[in-house]
Design a protein around this ligand. Structure first.
Ligand code: AHR
Length: 497
């Protein structure tokens, strides 16, 4: 099979916001306790943070991490997690029905994020709480001093404000599973008024209005239209969440699910722009895809978990090779929409539907999905390019005209590097790719990274990494034309410098 691309530095989508390589840590399962924080672990630092985990996170160069939830935030009292640890309450955590010890809270997470080289994206509770708790938390985090909550932070040992810039106005407020679920009218009003108060405390923040929990929600996209009627002028982003799975074991259909994400993004853009037009607004709203990933492997195991235990192994999806391919196509989809998708958070980061797993007292290891995320984060910085591609197509159960080739390119002007990201969705055949690269005169192939495996279900574990990339891809560049062979079912990064 043959496919082609034109990659020209003149065809720019937009400067990529590095925050599209964000991630997420929720107080859920073993993400915090036993994940990023395990005081007795041999690699634990003076604050109990696992240094082996920090190293893997730093390797990923994660620019921003959403915290503390997720569903958990909708019944969370942030005050429980600050001040002397010994006097913090143990609470029933209602979203996941566990015991929350509150050993970690806002200040410790800010410390962890700093050590990880990431910013914090903070969510406020608009489920059981509202304007007051949100503005107090913001004052606690960002106000320098001389007020009740800023001085409280200082008394807790944090003289410098955390300067958290990006704030989510609640989480998945359309979901019946959410504590304090709202109608679109209720949410729109509450979010708008919370945003107003928060901006009075700190006008420099950026705010995210909750969109639908996924594109199959009954109110989608009316939820966006109604809530944005209220919040449009008060916020900077609308959120999207979506998880994918292959429970029916149909790999050809599964690998096409990036097209669903693409459609979702386009619909949210249209809806936001409709409200912009209605309001005669000069402002264009951007998208924060602040939860995305594969999530289905752990569904059955989670039903067996006893309620009211501390940090049980919840949502521990053990990813396989086909999941890594899908994740690759999803990352490419974000790059194609770099003009509007400015934040995206791989949900989540450690142990809970995560690229990084830990053994209690033992090692930290990389799941299959770690690799496309790593490559995109490292090499997908700069300007997203509009590539013109031609590919043979196939039909699957839910999709028609699915291109075997899913690809895009990123131009890093500063480093004078180009990266082509490409997935070959064909399960049996390689794809012969011809790329017109004439605008990149003088460039040479630095590396052709490939993630491939004969077994779609191959997985990594603490004992063995079966799915790892290699740099032996088959490509050559001659007279401005790049010829590459993309192996059947593979993720590829072709780097030119
Ligand atoms: O990431 C796991 C959960 O998925 C989050 O808590 C919630 O926001 C979503 O439903």
């Amino acid at each position: 099979k043959k496919a082609s691309m034109v990659v020209d530095k003149a065809y720019r989508v937009a400067e990529i916001d590095k925050r599209i390589y964000g991630s997420f840590i929720e107080h859920l399962g073993r993400a915090v306790y036993g994940g990023i924080y395990e005081p007795g672990h041999p690699t634990a630092d003076e604050q109990g943070f696992r240094k082996d985990v920090l190293e893997l996170v730093r390797d990923l160069n994660v620019p921003i991490v959403r915290y503390p939830g997720g569903n958990m935030v909708s019944a969370y009292n942030w005050e429980d997690g600050v001040g002397p640890v010994a006097s913090r309450p143990r609470r029933l955590e209602l979203a996941w029905r566990t015991i929350e010890t509150n050993e970690m809270g806002t200040n410790e997470f800010a410390d962890w994020a700093r050590k990880a080289g990431s910013d914090v994206m903070m969510a406020v509770n608009l489920g059981t709480r509202g304007i007051d708790a949100a503005r107090n938390l913001l004052e606690y985090c960002n106000h320098p001093s001389g007020s009740y909550y800023s001085d409280l932070r200082i008394s807790h040992g944090y003289k410098e404000p955390h300067k958290i810039k990006t704030w989510c106005l609640g989480n998945e407020m359309d979901g019946p599973w959410q504590v304090g679920q709202k109608t679109p009218e209720e949410y729109g009003r509450l979010a708008a008024e919370t945003a107003k108060a928060m901006r009075l405390v700190d006008p420099t923040i950026e705010l995210v209005s909750c969109g639908s929990s996924n594109s199959a929600m009954p109110l989608f996209p009316q939820w966006e239209a109604t809530t944005l009627e209220h919040t449009y002028e008060h916020v900077d982003f609308v959120s999207l969440h979506q998880y994918f799975g292959n429970a029916e074991n149909d790999p050809a259909n599964y690998l096409a699910k990036g097209l669903e994400m693409d459609r979702f993004i386009r619909t949210v853009i249209s809806t936001a722009d409709f409200i912009k037009a209605k309001k005669r607004s000069k402002k264009t709203l951007n998208l924060s895809f602040d939860e995305w990933n594969v999530w289905y492997h752990s569904n059955d195991a989670d039903k067996q978990i006893e309620p009211w235990t501390i940090a049980p192994p919840q949502l521990e999806d053990h990813y396989n090779f086909e999941d890594a391919l899908l994740v690759g196509t999803l990352l490419i989809t974000f790059l194609k929409h770099a003009d509007r998708v400015k934040i995206a958070c791989l949900a989540q980061l450690v142990n809970v539907i995560a690229p990084i797993m830990t053994e209690q007292g033992g090692s930290a290891w990389r799941q299959t999905i770690y690799y496309p995320y790593l490559h995109a984060s490292l090499y997908g910085r700069g300007v997203a390019l509009h590539t013109l591609s031609k590919s043979p197509v196939y039909d699957s159960k839910e999709f028609t005209d699915v291109p075997y080739l899913e690809s895009t390119a990123v131009y890093n002007e500063e480093k004078e590097e180009v990266a082509i990201f490409a997935v070959n969705r064909h399960l049996e055949e390689g794809l012969q790719l011809e790329c017109d690269m004439r605008s990149f005169e003088g460039y040479k192939i630095a590396e052709h990274i490939v993630l491939e495996n004969s077994d779609l279900k191959a997985r990594n574990s603490a004992a063995q990494e079966a799915v790892v990339p290699h740099s032996g891809g088959n490509s050559k560049l001659d007279g401005g034309v790049l010829q590459a062979v993309l192996a059947a079912k593979s993720w590829n990064v072709i780097r030119l410098v």
